[in-house]
Design a protein. Structure first.
Length: 382
């Protein structure tokens, strides 16, 4: 009897000691390695609704979770993060800006978004007859850009359509008809990626076990701290990927797009992206493609870190390939293309957040300057 009591007593002591240790570790991680700064910031769930053609809730107001990013979010009555404007342009010259979370202005105030800055610069040069409709929507890709243009954007009767193509995941966001591709699309639905996070961003829903994982990642910093570092071990990462566990692990697709040789799957996605661009040009002949580079293309140290974590070889990478592929298509099809990468590479400023992979204020300012200069140089603004 004493033996059983001793076993129970020792077990209880072990459990209490373990719990106290975990609590202490959790406190230390929160103080010295706050994981809120190291994971993709979630948008407020109430910001999204399937009842809106833009998937954004009209008249929603909220804030980005405060971490290294911050900012107030206000969606207008028509379902975009923009000023209130009527559909009738009444003599205005209108530019419709399409894109994902970069175009939406992830992590910055509305006045700091590159499309807002672009509008300010154009109005100073051309007067308030120029309007830039800001239809950036987190979590979408080229197929959705086309859909938004057809079902929503045309209501504004745009004179120019500015498609902001993010190299990092716009090709990966293409949905292919095959069962295998559909399975992949379901697993990966993230608008952005951080090299040590498997969080899903945007309106997608998690179920079952993923609910519990999501809860842990949101509320237990020690969980994120340990799990994200375990996933950087090549053998463990390969095992998880092979068994379809944590499919979004450190976002290999952010680097796969930079490979010299694409898989058949990627070539099909490129073909569908070009098809979407072609259809958008049919709707608006004055189509402009803006190529938004990834942080890994701009900052060599970030590329080295990603290659190391993914166990990729640098010799297999060409950071200019996707931009050249897209710009070559535009040239061949008489589409204006503005590639931000050359000027971003020259800049001495930090253009992205330290952890979050989106443009910071410097990135938005430089993007606005480049686009403005290109539009003025080519006399695209009447």
């Amino acid at each position: 009897m004493k033996t059983i009591k001793n076993i129970l007593k020792n077990t209880l002591l072990i459990l209490i000691s373990t719990l106290i240790t975990l609590i202490i570790l959790e406190v230390l991680v929160r103080i010295f390695c706050n994981q809120g700064l190291y994971t993709v910031s979630q948008y407020p769930k109430q910001m999204f609704t399937s009842a809106s053609p833009t998937q954004l809730t009209p008249n929603f107001e909220g804030d980005f979770p405060k971490s290294e990013i911050s900012g107030h979010i206000k969606i207008n009555s028509k379902g975009i993060r923009d000023y209130e404007r009527p559909y009738e342009k009444k003599g205005k010259f209108r530019i419709l800006g399409l894109g994902d979370s970069f175009t939406f202005g992830h992590g910055v105030e509305f006045k700091e978004i590159f499309l807002t800055l672009l509008e300010d610069k154009l109005q100073k040069a051309k007067g308030d007859k120029v309007e830039v409709i800001k239809a950036g929507i987190p979590g979408i890709g080229p197929q959705e850009y086309l859909s938004v243009l057809k079902n929503y954007g045309v209501k504004y009767d745009p004179d120019v359509v500015l498609v902001n193509f993010f190299v990092g995941n716009d090709i990966f966001d293409i949905k292919l008809p095959s069962a295998e591709a559909s399975k992949s699309d379901t697993a990966k639905k993230a608008d952005t990626v951080v090299l040590n996070s498997d969080e899903i961003n945007g309106p997608s829903k998690v179920e079952g076990v993923n609910h519990f994982k999501d809860f842990l990642r949101r509320h237990v910093h020690l969980y994120s701290f340990v799990v994200d570092r375990i996933k950087t071990i090549p053998a463990i990462r390969h095992m998880l990927q092979k068994n379809n566990i944590a499919n979004s692990i450190i976002g290999s697709y952010i680097i796969d797009i930079l490979k010299k040789n694409y898989s058949d799957d990627y070539e099909k996605r490129w073909a569908e992206a070009f098809n979407c661009i072609s259809k958008m040009k049919e709707i608006c002949p004055n189509l402009v493609i803006v190529i938004l580079p990834t942080r890994e293309q701009v900052v060599p140290e970030r590329l080295e870190k990603a290659l190391k974590q993914l166990d990729y070889k640098k010799v297999d990478i060409d950071i200019y390939k996707p931009n050249k592929k897209l710009s070559d298509y535009c040239v061949a099809n008489n589409i204006k293309c503005i590639d931000l990468l050359p000027e971003f590479e020259k800049s001495k400023d930090q253009l992205y957040f330290e952890i979050d992979p989106h443009f910071n204020l410097n990135g938005h300012k430089l993007a606005a300057d480049i686009i403005y200069n290109a539009l003025i140089k080519d006399n695209l603004i009447n």
